[in-house]
Design a protein around this ligand. Structure first.
Ligand code: GLU
Length: 412
């Protein structure tokens, strides 16, 4: 099964319960526009390197399309298409006035110098600048991209269209960015985790957590949950897993990460374990915060966590989702769990357009409110309709996009 088929599967599962007509279904699931462009640059050594860049604009019934830009060697059209659809349901379920999009370039940013990455970004903007913009499609950071890449994006876009800070979000705080945007996805994951623990009748200090991935999302999630008194016992990155049953010293781990070129390799104050071992640890909460497609049916049978919070986009294949349901392992779905990032992006975009700036406290307050309310709505609907949390989230998201489409008047 491919990534987009998985997203389609979850879509149809909820659409069946919504009694959506075939016409509306086809309209909602089909991406509005998909572009594929050549991104060729001269590398530092003088050789020409060619990459493929994608932007999939999935749906704009509820507003300008919104979604990250991913730099990763595995990026392909199918993955970007699936991630773009997830953005449509994500923005709808947390009720921010956007549609969904996603972009990516099949490049390994770890193999590129900052100068080369800047050239790649500017060349990509040269190719797509007419298709994106503050009122149509607004990119943001995703895996392999960061605030610096967004600054280059804004600068290059502005060369064509004039001063446009709202053409992209997740910018550096010093350059029209938002204090609190960088931590926002991890913070949102932390908030829904605490809410779920409340529903499970567990106190944070009795709770053990394992986190797969220690990038922007994983590290901020770890910090938030550590500060909330949870015991983060294991984390991992591409160098492997790190386990300490009594609980990791998360601030120490983050210090190490920053001093060690953003890698946990060689971290001394924990037992090294494999990625597979981390995913099957007997913890209360397991948080995949890296790539998609982590759980297949076999792994799902081995998981010993009581709950899974999907910080990554698309970590669970449908066959694994069914196993988790049979085994009564709670799965809190990606389209709500990691929506804190795009929610803070919305605040940044609004402020760029108003030329007004909120402080970090207000950003946190508004973010916490939206994440908590979204959690409650999904939980209530799941309980009321006796469906999984994922299906409840999709019902909410699809319902809103469907209504906006019908209200717009082009279909009945
Ligand atoms: N890339 C993030 C996501 O998958 C953030 C998107 C945004 O801020 O627009 O939700």
């Amino acid at each position: 099964m491919r990534a987009f088929e998985a997203t389609e599967y979850y879509f149809h599962q909820a659409a069946d319960l919504l009694d959506l007509s075939r016409n509306i279904r086809a309209l909602l699931i089909t991406p509005k526009r998909e572009v594929q462009v050549q991104v060729s640059i001269e590398r530092d050594n003088g050789q020409v390197a060619t990459f493929i860049g994608y932007r999939v604009q999935h749906d704009d019934a509820r507003g300008p399309m919104k979604g990250g830009l991913r730099y990763h060697p595995d990026v392909d059209l199918d993955e970007v298409r699936s991630l773009a659809a997830l953005m449509t349901w994500k923005t709808a379920v947390v009720e921010i006035p956007y549609g969904g999009a996603k972009g990516g370039i099949n490049v390994n940013p770890r193999e590129m110098s900052p100068r080369e990455l800047q050239k790649i970004t500017r060349t990509f903007v040269d190719q797509i600048h007419d298709l994106v913009g503050p009122d149509s499609d607004i990119p943001a950071p995703d895996m392999g991209t960061n605030a610096e890449v967004m600054a280059w994006f804004m600068n290059q876009y502005s060369k064509y269209h004039g001063f446009s800070p709202a053409c992209v979000t997740g910018k550096p705080v010093e350059l029209y960015g938002l204090p609190g945007r960088e931590e926002a996805t991890g913070r949102g994951v932390g908030i829904v985790t605490l809410k779920l623990l409340g529903r499970m009748g567990r106190k944070p200090h009795q709770t053990t957590v394992a986190i797969q991935g220690f990038g922007n999302v994983g590290s901020h999630t770890a910090r938030f949950l550590h500060e909330a008194d949870c015991r983060v016992v294991a984390v991992s990155d591409i160098s492997g897993g790190y386990y300490r049953p009594e609980g990791l010293d998360v601030p120490d781990l983050i210090r190490y990460l920053h001093q060690n070129n953003y890698s946990l390799s060689g971290y001394p104050n924990a037992e090294p374990i494999s990625n597979e071992q981390l995913l099957t640890l007997p913890v209360d909460v397991l948080i995949p915060a890296a790539l998609g497609g982590v759980f297949d049916a076999d792994l799902a049978r081995e998981v010993r966590a009581k709950a899974i919070i999907e910080a990554a986009n698309g970590p669970t294949w449908p066959e694994a989702d069914r196993v988790f349901q049979q085994r009564e392992i709670l799965v809190f779905p990606d389209i709500v769990a990691n929506a804190g990032g795009v929610t803070a992006s919305y605040f940044e975009w609004v402020q760029n357009r108003q030329h007004y700036r909120w402080g970090r406290d207000r950003v946190r307050q508004e973010l916490d409110r939206i994440m908590s309310e979204s959690f409650e709505r999904v939980w209530e609907l799941a309980t009321q309709r006796k469906v999984s949390l994922r299906t409840a989230a999709y019902i909410l998201g699809i319902g809103r996009v469907g209504r906006a489409t019908i209200l717009g008047g082009s279909v009945t």
